[in-house]
Design a protein around this ligand. Structure first.
Ligand code: UDP
Ligand code: MG
Length: 304
């Protein structure tokens, strides 16, 4: 049983994978850490899986899990946690954007008795200002929902076996690793790191994918959008009472025919608020349905 399992979700990472495997092995061997590398091929369409097989031939501490299709990074992380045999498990990106030296630092903290060691971003690396603003908004919402500061959170973490088992016991389908690992508690600490630049390959997150991911995680951790509907209703009721009184006064003082504008505006406004509200309720209902189906989070087609 190795003491450290490193979990690396990989989606179309043929360009980076051999180097990542080599660099990590070299550094961990240099530090005399008993390790295993668990690559989770998230249904890649390129040669990622055969690169994992090649890496396994060169180094039998390299293991691999292959998904039947692309299930997303969250699913890949959980598959890696399930496959990991170590006394502690670290999750890091397969593109070396998470510095391996920080991994060593995390491992030393684990040896000192910490159970959840979180990597926090000192700098966010290169990204557009629109992306930065959107990420800022998402994290402030998420921080409020989970009551944990997540503005600099990342998926780069090291967890003790106890924390890993706790996470694996959590049954939800729509898992959000970053929030769950903070939510479980245990002895937590943080390590700062600078996000490195990606050397090869491209980012696997399109803007659309990121927006979908953000909405799904907000809904997974907060029912605030549903409560917004109630508040909109209350605000609207107050508005309706004032307008109702005004209409009645106009009626009794004999100025009733005007006010067509008000009617049109009111119809439009109520209509749109009702539709938005139904949409929000429908979204949560859909999620309940997803959870109720109890499908597996991922399907493993091969492993080594
Ligand atoms: N990844 C994955 N499945 C996906 C998308 C990404 O397993 O559907 C992995 C990817 O291979 C990488 C990590 O998640 O190891 C982070 O992805 P990426 O580097 O593309 O994101 P960025 O660093 O640009 O945020
Ligand atoms: Mg990356």
């Amino acid at each position: 049983m190795p003491s450290l399992s490193v979990i690396l979700p990989a989606y179309n990472e043929e360009a980076m994978l051999p180097k990542t495997a080599r660099v990590l092995a070299q550094i961990l061997e240099g530090e005399k850490i008993d390790y295993e590398l668990v690559f989770v091929d998230d249904g890649s369409r390129d040669l990622t899986w055969s690169e994992i097989l090649t890496a396994h031939q060169a180094n039998d501490r390299v293991h691999g899990v292959h998904f039947s299709r692309n299930f997303g990074k969250e699913a890949a992380i959980f598959a890696g946690l399930a496959a990991a045999k170590g006394n502690c498990a670290a999750v890091m990106d397969c593109d070396l954007q998470h510095p391996p030296q920080t991994l060593v630092q995390m491992y030393r903290l684990w040896q000192q008795g910490y159970e959840v060691i979180e990597g926090v971003k000192k700098s966010r690396g290169k990204e557009s200002s629109a992306h930065r603003a959107a990420a800022g908004m998402f994290y402030s919402l998420m921080s409020r929902a989970t009551k944990i500061d997540m503005s600099r959170a990342s998926d780069f973490k090291l967890l003790d076996r106890r924390a890993v088992n706790t996470l694996l016991d959590m049954p939800e389908q729509n898992a959000f690793f970053r929030a769950m690992s903070a939510w479980i508690g245990f002895r937590q600490t943080q390590v700062e790191f600078d996000v490195q630049e990606r050397e090869a390959g491209v980012s696997k997150w399109s803007t659309r994918k990121l927006i979908r991911y953000a909405i799904s995680n907000i809904a997974g951790y907060s029912t605030a959008p549903m409560q917004c509907v109630t508040w909109a209703g209350v605000a609207f009721l107050a508005f309706a009472v004032i307008l109702g009184i005004q209409t009645l006064i106009r009626y009794f003082t004999g100025h009733a025919v005007e006010g067509f504008t008000t009617v049109i505006l009111l119809v439009l406004l109520t209509g749109s608020i009702i539709m938005i509200s139904l949409g929000v309720i429908g979204y949560y209902l859909a999620r309940i349905y997803e959870e109720a189906k109890r499908r597996p989070r991922y399907i493993v087609s091969r492993s080594i």
